[in-house]
Write a protein that binds this ligand. Structure first.
Ligand code: PRP
Length: 189
């Protein structure tokens, strides 16, 4: 069976609502880490937009690092269950607090893997900032220290999130829908 063609549906979270919440998170994170050695670790690719906005709203010195992880491949809309490191951190994390920046926590498999992996690098602490969380899809519960929004079990794109490599540049979070309306064939991220 061929994959359904997709279209952008309703706006789930507007640009203004995202900006407001990101500013709040930035303020909280600033208070938490002021005067502490901090590395913000953005998980590529999806978090690049959220990270760019969040880190500019944090008013304390930090280093920025990137790690490439991938669990959704090609036109799939559900996790493959296998996490792959596509680009590793170059900066030593020992002696620093690590703030992982993610766009979405869905099943939790990606962050479960990453947290265990980072722990072997002896950081002072590991905390999670995630813009979106889909509680209905949890397989591995992840403690999200700084959460933007809980969302329903729908496949979302925009503000860094893609479908098959597209839509990351939308300024808001939108729901992606199959053109034929057959949602039953379609699993969400
Ligand atoms: C997305 C997202 C998270 C992960 C969350 O990444 O950025 O890393 O899925 O899903 P999970 O909680 O079910 O593990 P994706 O694999 O789509 O790669 P991308 O960031 O490059 O788009």
């Amino acid at each position: 069976m061929s994959a359904p063609t997709m279209r952008i549906g309703k706006v789930l979270i507007s640009e203004a609502d995202i900006a407001r919440r990101v500013a709040e998170l930035g303020k909280t994170i600033t208070e938490q880490y002021r005067g502490q050695p901090l590395v913000a670790l953005a998980v590529l690719k999806g978090s690049f937009v959220f990270a760019a906005d969040l880190l500019r709203s944090i008013d304390t010195p930090l280093a920025v690092e990137f790690i490439g992880l991938r669990s959704y491949i090609g036109g799939r809309t559900s996790t493959s269950g296998v996490v792959e490191i596509t680009q590793d951190v170059k900066y030593p994390l020992g002696g620093h607090h690590v703030l992982v920046v993610e766009d979405i926590v869905d099943t939790g498999l990606t962050l479960d893997y990453l947290i265990k992996n980072l722990a072997t690098r002896n950081p002072l602490s590991i905390k999670i900032a995630a813009l979106l969380h889909k509680p209905a899809r949890t397989l591995k519960p992840i403690p999200i220290d700084y959460l933007g929004f809980d969302i329903p079990d729908e496949f979302v794109v925009g503000y860094g999130l893609d479908y098959d490599g597209r839509y990351r540049n939308l300024p808001h979070i939108a729901v992606l829908e199959p053109n034929d309306g057959q949602m039953g064939l379609f699993h969400s991220r």
